[in-house]
Design a protein around this ligand. Structure first.
Ligand code: ME8
Length: 522
């Protein structure tokens, strides 16, 4: 049987500034899904990268007294540092200024659009916003200024190549309505359909796909007319296939991994990914990605975190205070992936203390200290011998009660199926909730049996209780492996489990942590 593949991408980040928490969030979200799919044994390819062309880059570089290439190199190296710190497991990093890897793909895409008769030359007259990297209409202005950037657009008249987007509108509608091209959350489909149905002028008109080289040669030349450079979005969107070798001699990865299984993007760039990108693919006769996963914004003081607003929080400061696993935990669990969320230092500390220092960290310390103290860390057993959770224990998910059943039973029949269901639906926050539900059961199990008292009267039963706790912790560790890989490895090392001789037997050789996994913060 063919090995199942999984191709996941993030947007490519503008190389004009440092990455902030909003970007870190997107990377972490995608990384959790990539790691999860790898752990299922799927052949996984996880792509991220940098978007390096456009006037904005030229201008910022000029301000800093650098060439565009030197400027983006500097930013990309900082980007890569953060990506490494966050423990992002990307298989490749695509740079749009890479003329060997990216350009052949973008240019092949262009030629494919041309071959379908979807590119034509015309004069364009309009208002151009450098911040948006796009032409905008009078209607979109507020007091004559771009509403996103608060700057006056430039009046431009020039010869451009255009893409016949309008030709693909009926097919786009069909794909969106039928769900053949899936967007999560569903509300974005409605938004896109509303755009297609009502805002004909702004949306359905053809898209300018190139422009004359204006200031300095910084961009990808149009194959048949090098006096023109490709429009940044046409250039940037091609990254998802150029990174797989599309347009190069060896297109092996493209043949294996395309279409993408899921493309993770923020809500400000849905239009480009839900309309322009699929239309380009339709024109080039390349299959569409299976799904777009659109996440909300990290806000700060109620506003989208962005350099131009001046309200950015960097990932670094949270990492310095709390460590990478805590930041990854926060992004995984405390955020609904499809909604906006406001991050404050107070909330972060509260959640950290409650769920990491107390919840997980404390459970690991208590359990392993008891195992060491009472049994020298050597505990063997199997699922059948674990006593049932107490009568007052009820599951987090509604009315189901697991009283009378034991932890391994609950894990196998309730916890794991729900965890996998959520992960497969890209509901990382719900999957993480389920891991913490199990932590709740394990805490409850300690309360039920009080092994610290029981050990004085019934050592044999105490061993069974502790085995149940260790079994549960091993499952918690497996479940958080994609979310907090470092923590999972640390827990596995403390548990040191191996299979015993008889069927289902697991032997633990534990050691107590020298210091808490998560120190409490005051
Ligand atoms: O849009 N919260 O690049 P970018 C959450 N180069 N996500 C955020 C965010 C925030 N405050 N701010 C940005 C671009 N993002 C283009 C993409 S793809 C072919 C080209 C997300 O650096 C944003 O929504 O501005 C996007 O998905 C990603 O970070 C890169 O944003």
């Amino acid at each position: 049987m063919d090995e199942k593949k999984f191709y996941i991408t993030t947007a490519i980040f503008y190389a004009n500034a440092q990455l902030h928490l909003g970007h870190a969030y997107e990377l972490i979200l995608a990384d959790i899904l990539a790691r999860y799919h790898r752990s299922l044994g799927e052949k996984t390819f996880f792509l991220t990268g940098s978007d390096e062309h456009g006037d904005k880059i030229i201008r910022t570089a000029q301000k800093e007294g650098l060439t565009p290439q030197a400027f983006v190199n500097l930013n990309v190296s900082k980007m890569k540092e953060l990506i490494a710190t966050l423990g992002i497991s990307n298989d490749s990093f695509i740079r749009t200024s890479d003329s060997k890897v990216h350009w052949p793909g973008a240019q092949k895409m262009w030629k494919a659009l041309e071959a379908s008769g979807d590119i034509y030359k015309a004069t364009y007259k309009g208002l151009y916003c450098v911040g948006c990297e796009a032409f905008i209409t009078e209607k979109e202005l507020v007091n004559g200024l771009c509403q996103h950037h608060n700057t006056a657009p430039e009046q431009i008249e020039e010869e451009n190549y255009f893409f016949r987007l309008s030709k693909y509108v009926p097919e786009l509608k069909r794909l969106l309505e039928s769900g053949d091209f899936k967007i999560t959350p569903r509300s974005k489909v409605r938004e896109m359909l509303a755009l297609l149905n009502t805002d004909a002028e702004a949306i359905l008109s053809d898209v300018s796909l190139s422009r004359p080289e204006r200031e300095i040669p910084w961009g990808i030349p149009v194959p048949s007319d090098p006096s023109q450079l490709m429009y940044v979005w046409c250039d940037a969107l091609s990254n998802y296939i150029s990174a797989l070798g599309y347009g190069q001699e060896d297109e092996k990865n493209f043949n294996i991994f395309w279409p993408a299984d899921v493309q993770v993007i923020g809500k400000d760039i849905v239009r480009f990914h839900a309309l322009l990108w699929p239309a380009m693919l339709l024109s080039a006769k390349i299959p569409l990605p299976r799904e777009l996963l659109v996440h909300g914004f990290v806000t700060s003081g109620g506003k989208k975190m962005s350099k131009s607003v001046g309200n950015v929080l960097s990932a670094d400061e949270f990492i310095a205070d709390y460590g990478v696993p805590a930041l990854r935990y926060y992004c995984a669990r405390e955020v609904s992936p499809t909604e906006d969320w406001d991050l404050t230092r107070e909330k972060f500390k509260e959640v950290y203390n409650a769920n990491l220092a107390n919840g997980l960290g404390n459970l690991v310390s208590r359990t392993l200290k008891m195992a060491e103290q009472y049994f020298g860390g050597n505990i063997a057993g199997d699922a059948a011998s674990v006593p049932a959770v107490g009568a007052h224990t009820s599951a987090g998910a509604g009315d189901v009660t697991f009283a009378g059943l034991n932890i391994p039973y609950i894990v196998i029949n309730d916890i794991l199926p729900r965890y996998h269901k959520h992960m497969l639906a890209y509901e990382v926050n719900k999957a993480t909730d389920v891991a913490w539900e199990l932590i709740g059961y394990l805490d409850q199990f300690i309360t039920d049996y009080e092994p610290f008292k029981l050990v004085k009267t019934d050592k044999e039963k105490t061993e069974k209780v502790l085995w149940g706790l260790l079994y549960g912790l091993r499952e918690v560790s497996n479940m958080i492996a994609p979310i907090m890989p470092e923590t999972s490895v640390a827990i596995d090392e403390l548990l040191k489990s191996k299979n015993g001789e008889h069927e289902g037997e697991i032997i633990f050789t534990t050691k107590a942590p020298e210091q808490p996994l998560f120190k409490r913060k005051d």
